[in-house]
Design a protein around this ligand. Structure first.
Ligand code: RIB
Ligand code: CA
Length: 302
């Protein structure tokens, strides 16, 4: 049975890698990609999604979404993803046929209405998801499941921040949106730094260099080149979250309520099981690293 998934992303090197991985699995059908301001401006995250769609000849529409967080000022991650958002590779974009004129949050809602059992994977700030939930209060119930790359829950020793010492980027960029999302969905799974910041899941330069030459591996080598020069390995935050759609059994999960801070400790995510009106989310605490890495590397050779 094909699993239908809608992607909400801020490409972003690892977002792009997640699109390349997911599109290699015939058991998944990507229904659409909405983009959001995050790693870089929404104009660039949109162009980057289109570049990957074009390069891999995917039959997928791209829907430009929110250009700024709900309340805070946008502060992008050029230092990690480059000014263009794909490692300053300036990949070519030859045509814009994948670009829809439909706004991202609207496209999400309509896709959920048109596709029963739709999954949604969010690997950027949660602004589009929050807007969709405000526009259509029943939106959370329309989804089969929501998978979010985001948060640092201190459930493992890796669950500490990567923007400040307690805040993960996607949540920190738009904490008000994360607050809305973490209290609106009954079927949300959060894959945070507790799992993705564990070196056992990182991809080494050797592993990437040894990939046989395909469109995917060629693009991957280009977009991670500067990243690996700076950080030594490729940290596949978004591909790991995407892998939950492929092999959820390979993850260890705990159920907790999530508290998101928006003030002095902006973007901090803690687990809280004592509040009255708490809505439990599923939070990943581990993943089978070999299973993920084999699947990721194999998909790049597809
Ligand atoms: O903290 C890592 C997350 O923030 C990833 O999704 C990365 O692409 C950035 O959006
Ligand atoms: Ca991302």
């Amino acid at each position: 049975m094909v699993k239908r998934v809608f992607l909400d992303m801020d490409p972003g090197i690892d977002d792009a890698a997640a699109i390349m991985m997911l599109s290699a699995f015939s058991e998944l059908e990507i229904i659409g990609i909405s983009t959001v301001s995050g790693n870089v401006e929404v104009e660039k995250t949109t162009a980057n999604a289109m570049k990957i769609v074009e390069a891999l000849e995917l039959n997928v529409e791209v829907f430009k979404g929110a250009s700024r967080p709900l309340a805070k000022r946008a502060r992008h991650a050029y230092i990690v993803h480059g000014k263009d958002g794909l490692g300053d590779t300036n990949l070519e974009l030859h045509n814009t046929k994948s670009l829809s004129n439909k706004y991202g949050p609207i496209a999400m809602i309509e896709s959920a209405k048109e596709n029963k059992d739709l999954w949604l994977l969010a690997t950027g700030p949660l602004t589009n998801l929050a807007i969709a939930t405000i526009l259509e209060p029943d939106f959370p119930k329309m989804l089969k499941g929501l998978v979010v790359m985001g948060g640092a829950f201190n459930l493992t020793k890796y669950g500490v921040g990567n923007v400040t010492r307690f805040a993960e980027f996607n949540i920190w960029f738009d904490p008000e949106a994360a607050k809305i999302v973490s209290t609106s969905f009954d079927n949300a799974t959060f894959i945070g730094l507790d799992v993705t910041a564990n070196p056992k899941v990182w991809i080494s330069k050797n592993e990437i260099d040894n990939l046989k030459e395909t469109k995917r591996s060629s693009i991957l080598r280009k977009i991670v080149k500067n990243y690996i020069k700076s950080y030594g390995s490729f940290v596949p935050h978004d591909p790991i979250a995407a892998y939950y759609l492929i092999n959820p059994e390979s993850f260890q999960i705990e159920d907790h309520c999530i508290k998101v801070k928006t003030g002095r400790f902006r973007g901090m995510t803690t687990v809280d099981n004592y509040s009255e009106n708490c809505k439990k989310s599923r939070i990943a605490t581990d993943v089978d690293a070999d299973s993920f890495k084999n699947a990721f590397l194999k998909s790049m050779e597809f």
